[in-house]
Write a protein that binds this ligand. Structure first.
Ligand code: SAM
Length: 440
């Protein structure tokens, strides 16, 4: 059992959300020659290709944030980073792994990509276009913090950068909670930005919420959901608050030996369940353990689904994660070393990697795809030539025994309860050597 499977389990320090396999803590510098070889090899032409760009700046560090971010930076430092990123993309664009492929999906993540000014964004887009094009991409996602937006910036994102999916980090509508959790924005900034966003007509606007911010209550959570529904976004993502090791809250808990200030897992799941029920009543469909979507025929999730099905993802920016020709890699996580690789040596800022075995690739896709709530055994039979129902017989039996899944023929489905706690179930599929190891 993992800590999140029991009833009334506290939200202790440690990772919950699973985004890859094998665990990141197992990736090493010894694998870098394999990463280089993978990037220098031709690709399989039909494998979808994506690009991730990491913008590591924020106005303020959220107290629950575990991402690589910097605050209090000036325009010169931002420009240095943007220059390095463009130079890195010029190197990436020459890699044999690109082949003749164009990018099917592009993701500007952070940190806060919307921290960049309209002028910096235009310059970034112009410089990137000297090397690559994402004109044909079916999805271009851009993460935004509400308080960083202006009307001009929103227009720049849609008209000059071709953003199709704007993801807005609302997290909560209570100013008291936003402040308590160290967020940089207040709720009035969400409403101020909303008109600009609607006028710009993005095909998909997503709102991010967190279930279990410090100070959350049932009454406030109901208000959050009511206010989100009022805005009527195309999709909503709800993450259950986790406290990985390097957040401000985690350091408080560990350093002061204090109780976790975050609601227990059962309560956070009940909040997500309530939210899913409300969204379903309003006509939304549940599209994964974290996402509801207003009109599934209009909005698909290219980044999520392609990545979960083994697409190539070229990672750019400090500390970002990628996957190429079957090999995992992460860029250097130290900003000075990242700059040194690009500015002084004109080489890719590769940090560490991992070469998954065939079995590990199957586990990776299985656990990631299970987050959508269902698996089709036929998909794995066709792609990997394996019967996942028999290969993982023991795991399915255990999960069926705890009422987390049902199996009928090729269809494996999570129950409502299973979907709400899916990340806590996935380590059933980890190989023995990765059971109990730190995830990150
Ligand atoms: C990489 S963050 C970028 C957010 C963006 N900088 C902003 O300010 O809106 C993407 C999302 O991860 C989620 N997130 C970040 N830390 C989290 C945590 N400790 N637990 C759960 N979700 C978290 C938040 O919902 C956030 O919007």
């Amino acid at each position: 059992m993992t800590s999140t499977e029991g009833k009334n389990e506290k939200t202790d320090v440690g990772s919950y959300f699973i985004s890859n396999y094998p665990p990141y803590s197992q990736w090493t510098t010894e694998c870098l020659s394999d990463v280089e070889a993978a990037l220098a090899s031709d690709s399989v032409a039909k494998t979808p290709l994506g690009l991730y760009l990491h913008i590591p700046f924020c106005r303020k560090r959220c107290k629950f944030c575990y991402f690589k971010v910097f605050t209090d930076v000036n325009a010169t430092e931002v420009q240095r980073y943007v220059d390095a990123l463009c130079n890195e993309i010029s190197l990436v664009s020459q890699l044999p792994v690109m082949g003749e492929r164009s990018f099917r999906f592009v993701y500007f993540g952070g940190g806060t990509p919307s921290f960049l000014s309209p002028k910096q964004l235009k310059k970034l887009a112009d410089r990137l276009k000297q090397h690559i094009s994402w004109d044909g991409a079916e999805e271009v996602t851009f993460e935004c913090e509400p308080g960083t937006l202006s009307e001009t910036k929103v227009k720049t994102l849609r008209d000059e950068m071709g953003v199709t999916r704007l993801s807005l980090g609302v997290e909560n509508f209570s100013d008291e909670l936003l402040d308590l959790n160290g967020r940089a924005h207040l709720s009035k900034e969400v409403y101020r930005a909303w008109d600009w966003i609607e006028n710009a007509q993005f095909p998909n606007v997503n709102i991010d919420l967190i279930s279990g911010m410090v100070g959350e209550t049932w009454d406030n959570w109901r208000e959050n959901i009511r206010k989100t529904l009022e805005l009527s976004p195309e999709s909503v993502t709800i993450y259950q608050m986790e406290l990985p090791y390097n957040t401000v809250f985690s350091k408080d808990i560990l350093g002061n030996q204090t109780e976790s200030p975050v609601a227990d897992w059962e309560t956070k799941r009940a909040w997500v369940e309530y939210a899913f029920d409300q969204f379903k009543s309003a006509g939304y469909s549940v599209s994964s353990a974290y996402t509801v979507v207003k009109d599934p025929s209009k909005v698909n999730f290219s980044y999520r689904d392609n990545l979960w099905m083994g697409a190539d993802l070229l990672a750019t920016g400090v500390a970002s994660f990628g996957h190429a020709n079957g090999v995992h890699y992460q860029n250097l996580a130290d900003l000075n070393r990242y700059y040194e690789a690009i500015e002084e040596h004109s080489r890719l800022p590769l940090g560490r990697g991992f070469v998954p075995s065939e079995h590990q690739k199957i586990v990776r896709e299985l656990i990631l795809l299970l987050k959508r709530g269902y698996l089709d055994a036929a998909y794995f039979r066709e792609k990997f030539g394996v019967e996942i129902t028999s290969l993982f017989k023991k795991q399915w039996e255990s999960l069926a025994g705890s009422n987390d899944i049902t199996i009928h023929g090729d269809a494996i489905r999570l129950t409502g309860q299973g979907l709400l706690r899916v990340d806590g179930l996935l380590n059933h599929f980890f190989e023995p050597q990765f059971q109990g190891v730190r995830y990150t």
